[in-house]
Design a binder for this molecule. Structure first.
Ligand code: X90
Length: 279
């Protein structure tokens, strides 16, 4: 039973130990250049370029054949994608999974629509890995992921929603909320996998207070937290410390955003995946 976990690069996971893994890159496209969201890319340099770039900028998701290439060689594939409500990545993975099963006798491929991104995808991937290592079969793992997903959540803090609005992922009215310097929009991934703004916070300290309050009121009780940030390691660390002060045994991991999440979360942005108490 050869298992493989595949994710698109919005998970921010570049390396994943103890199980075959492949990240399928999304791309950031400007009028001058294309940035492939893989381990070779200098993400801080890209963020710097984007500050002054002229003209249109956007992103593109992996296609079916890129997913098929990533699946190759595995008997059982779990592909974890960014929310199907904001990207074509999930649809491409679903088509690739159907083709893979048709052309590979006995193989299984299951696509998990995270209805989220970043750290919540990492949580799902870690859950799948634990089930594989525990010796469960494909169907058991698939059912267990569906159950686990009910207990993972995502909050985010954004200083600018300009790229999200320019690319039609939030309305210009929502993007305007963040229009003033020093204001952060704190929001959640909705049940439908879209951005749900919750609060306008003035300053980073206020944002961190509100982030912790929201996590507590949404059922966080000291489980796993997976934080990704765009050039904001200080706030990620501060959030970690505040949570550890309340829950000393919480399992908290910080990593930088890859290119896709950096493009949309923008400088200073933070994306926080966490488990509720029923996970
Ligand atoms: O297919 C493509 O080109 C990719 C489009 C992705 C659009 C949205 C990315 C959002 C990234 C922003 C904060 C977290 C939002 C969570 C929403 C469910 C990060």
């Amino acid at each position: 039973m050869k298992f493989k976990i595949v994710s698109d690069s919005s998970s921010n996971v570049r390396e994943f130990a103890d199980i075959p893994f492949e990240s399928v890159p999304l791309k950031i496209i400007t009028e001058e250049k294309e940035y492939v969201d893989d381990a070779n890319l200098d993400v801080p340099a890209m963020v710097e370029d984007l500050r002054t770039v002229k003209g249109k900028t956007g992103t593109s998701c992996p296609n079916v054949s890129e997913y098929l290439d990533a699946f190759e060689g595995a008997e059982n594939v779990f592909a974890v994608t960014i929310t199907s409500n904001l990207s074509g990545s999930c649809a491409a993975a679903i088509q690739a999974a159907a083709e893979y099963e048709e052309t590979h006798e006995g193989a299984h491929a299951y696509v998990v629509d995270s209805l989220s991104t970043g750290g919540e995808m990492r949580l799902i991937m870690e859950h799948i890995r634990a089930q594989v290592l525990a010796g469960l079969n494909f169907e058991q793992i698939r059912d267990s992921v569906r159950e686990y997903q009910k207990h993972t959540h995502l909050l985010f803090s954004l200083q600018s929603l300009a790229n999200l609005a320019r690319n039609g992922r939030v309305s210009p009215a929502v993007a305007k909320l963040a229009g003033v310097l020093g204001i952060r929009i704190l929001g959640a991934a909705s049940d439908e996998g879209t951005l749900q703004p919750l609060h306008k916070c003035r300053g980073e300290k206020k944002m961190l207070d509100t982030m912790v309050e929201e996590m507590l009121s949404r059922g966080f009780k000291g489980g796993k937290v997976r934080i990704s940030h765009c050039l904001n390691p200080e706030s990620a660390q501060e959030l970690k410390e505040r949570l550890l002060a309340k829950f000393p045994t919480a399992d908290i991991f910080i990593e930088p955003c890859g290119a896709l999440c950096s493009f949309y979360a923008e400088r200073g942005g933070m994306i926080v995946g966490y488990e509720d108490s029923l996970a």
